[in-house]
Design a protein around this ligand. Structure first.
Ligand SMILES: NC(=O)c1ccc[n+]([C@@H]2O[C@H](COP(=O)([O-])OP(=O)(O)OC[C@H]3O[C@@H](n4cnc5c(N)ncnc54)[C@H](OP(=O)(O)O)[C@@H]3O)[C@@H](O)[C@H]2O)c1
Length: 238
């Protein structure tokens, strides 16, 4: 049986991705801090699943727990790092910046370290990171969030290069969602907000086709193009 872990699967995109994976025959490892939500999800899944409480900000313990989960599942071929937080921080509060960095940068890197080393040991695997279209430019309202997602995308590119130089069949996929209707999508003037089920289905398609990077939903490719092309003098006025 195919086996996958979704780090951060208690709600939103991660929960829906775990469902899609299970519906497609994967045994799934579910992680997050809200274990009761994970056990609820477990009871809905058609395939075998495993639950592990992991707080990615407690990096040393989180790494140990992910290693345990991989052992309990007897190895996996797909690990998606989806856990993340995001806050609108117009008051530039340090606590919000700090939590974002601890989760999306330190937590992400710790999980990527364990996942990639597992794939090195078995000489194959597929690492997927859920970054964001926010990775493309800085933001005055969410400075740490956008910077943290730029870190995620850049880090994944580094791991892809590492795998390529080692000539190992390890795939690294950078998913950059636009807006998805979850607890995290806050603020006014939101547009093209996709249901998490649709986002998860598209992410699964990208995983299946072993894409290096992809925007989700697909139409966000247009916004990405605009963001990259926009001169600073216009961007800074938005
Ligand atoms: N929604 C959007 O519009 C959007 C757009 C672009 C990118 N994204 C990215 O998509 C990913 C999923 O977000 P979502 O929109 O689905 O929001 P969500 O429903 O809030 O899901 C966030 C997930 O991350 C987990 N998580 C957060 N902090 C954690 C921690 N310290 N340790 C372990 N797990 C933690 C949560 O689990 P617990 O709380 O149970 O720990 C939850 O499963 C995030 O990386 C986010 O940046 C979202």
């Amino acid at each position: 049986m195919k086996k996958a872990i979704v780090i951060g699967s208690s709600s939103g995109i991660g929960k829906e991705l775990a469902k899609v994976l299970s519906q497609n025959g994967y045994a799934v490892g579910l992680t997050g801090r809200r274990v009761e939500l994970l056990t609820d999800l477990q009871s809905e899944l058609p395939t075998e699943s495993f639950v592990k409480a992991i707080d990615v900000t407690q990096t040393a313990e989180a790494m140990q727990r992910l290693q345990e989960l991989i052992r309990e599942m007897n190895g996996v071929e797909l690990i998606t790092i989806n856990a993340g937080v995001g806050f609108i921080n117009t008051e530039f509060e340090w606590e919000k910046e700090q939590t974002t960095i601890e989760t999306n940068v330190a937590g992400f890197s710790a999980m990527a370290n364990v996942a990639f080393k597992h794939f090195l040991e078995q000489s194959s695997g597929h690492l997927v990171g859920i970054s964001s279209i926010a990775a493309l430019r800085g933001s005055g309202a969410t400075p740490a969030y956008n910077a943290s997602k730029a870190f995620v995308s850049n880090y994944l590119e580094g791991l892809r290069q590492k795998a390529s130089k080692l000539k190992l069949p390890i795939t690294v996929t950078d998913i950059q969602p636009g807006l998805v209707d979850t607890a995290m999508a806050q603020g006014e003037g939101l547009f093209w907000v996709a249901p998490p089920e649709k986002a998860a289905r598209q992410i699964f398609d990208m995983i299946r086709s072993r894409r290096k990077r992809a925007y989700v939903t697909k139409r966000w490719r247009l916004i990405a193009w605009l963001l990259k092309a926009m001169p600073d003098r216009i961007y800074n006025r938005m």
